[in-house]
Design a protein around this ligand. Structure first.
Ligand SMILES: [Zn+2]
Length: 312
């Protein structure tokens, strides 16, 4: 069970932790490696937030929920961190059958949220290729409603399953990206037996990306808990697979490693609802100014530009 934590104290704590990190980056505090000096943190808090707010950001992996505090809570976090746009979806549940009724209900929520915050949310749709006709109809309905891609697709069908072919071909025509979930949490090195069947693995992305070089795929959350070193190496030579660095398992050096294998043009900033971590590990990574701008904003906006649905 998780201990309930007051949000203000959570925010303060997290900002201060990140401030410690930033001091480390800037070399302000070289000695002892201890960042427990709260007064030092407080003095530097404005500098940290100035750094945070300096960058335009598109969160390429965001969600909305069937709960009373959503989507206001996601907007609140985004406001605090200068995230201009959030690419939202409501994914199907991992072990659900993913019927047309279920995916339409998820997409309806996203459409509602897009209407409530038209300048903040970019919607993406979920579907289930098992239901081919219903999925193709749903693509049309969602694109007409202003959505910008597919995602976060779940484990109902693997991304490289032939059932996905007509869906992927449709997205090639639309010049839009497909975001597919991958293993999370317990699957650090060896795939956990508790992962749902048909979960898409890095090698599945490699295979489908080679079959459809014109398509664009987004490999979900390297910080989701998968073996990210393996994932980055596996995807190194798949130029049409973008890799989002969202998630709640942010090990040190992950972005630096991803940068070496994936390169600065295929990495996408994202939070997957771990907002402070998502921004914090970007600032902690060894990125140039240009690389920060690309990953925070430009790379995803270039994807949107292909369908003419980019941010000005
Ligand atoms: Zn996911």
């Amino acid at each position: 069970m998780q201990k309930k934590i007051n949000r203000r104290s959570f925010v303060t704590h997290t900002v201060l932790s990140s401030a410690g990190l930033l001091l480390k980056i800037q070399g302000v505090q070289e000695n002892s490696g201890s960042f427990a000096n709260a007064s030092l943190h407080k003095e530097n808090e404005p500098a940290l937030m100035k750094e945070v707010m300096k960058y335009r950001k598109i969160d390429s992996h965001a969600h909305v929920y069937f709960s009373a505090d959503s989507p206001a809570s996601q907007i609140d976090f985004a406001d605090r961190l200068g995230i201009e746009r959030l690419v939202i979806s409501r994914n199907l549940e991992p072990f659900s059958g993913g019927t047309p009724e279920e995916f339409r209900r998820c997409n309806d929520l996203v459409i509602q949220c897009m209407k409530a915050y038209p300048n903040r949310f970019l919607g993406t749709m979920v579907l289930n290729p098992t239901y081919r006709e219903a999925s193709l109809e749903e693509i049309k309905r969602c694109v007409d409603a202003g959505m910008v891609g597919a995602g976060e697709l779940y484990n109902q069908v693997k991304i490289n399953d032939p059932a996905f072919y007509p869906i992927i071909e449709k997205f090639i025509d639309l010049k839009m990206i497909l975001l597919m979930h991958s293993a999370i949490g317990r699957s650090r090195v060896v795939l956990d037996a508790g992962e749902p069947p048909n979960i898409s693995l890095p090698e599945d992305f490699v295979e489908i990306a080679a079959r459809y070089p014109e398509a664009m795929f987004q490999f979900a959350h390297t910080a989701g808990g998968i073996d990210w070193e393996y994932a980055c190496k596996a995807l190194a030579n798949s130029p049409n697979v973008y890799v989002d660095i969202s998630g709640s398992n942010n090990e040190a050096g992950m972005i630096d490693f991803a940068l070496r294998h994936i390169g600065e043009d295929r990495l996408l900033f994202g939070c997957d609802n771990s907002f402070y971590q998502g921004v914090g590990h970007m600032l902690a990574a060894n990125l140039t100014e240009i690389q920060r701008r690309k990953i925070f904003f430009d790379n995803y906006n270039a994807i949107l530009k292909k369908s003419g649905r980019h941010v000005d």
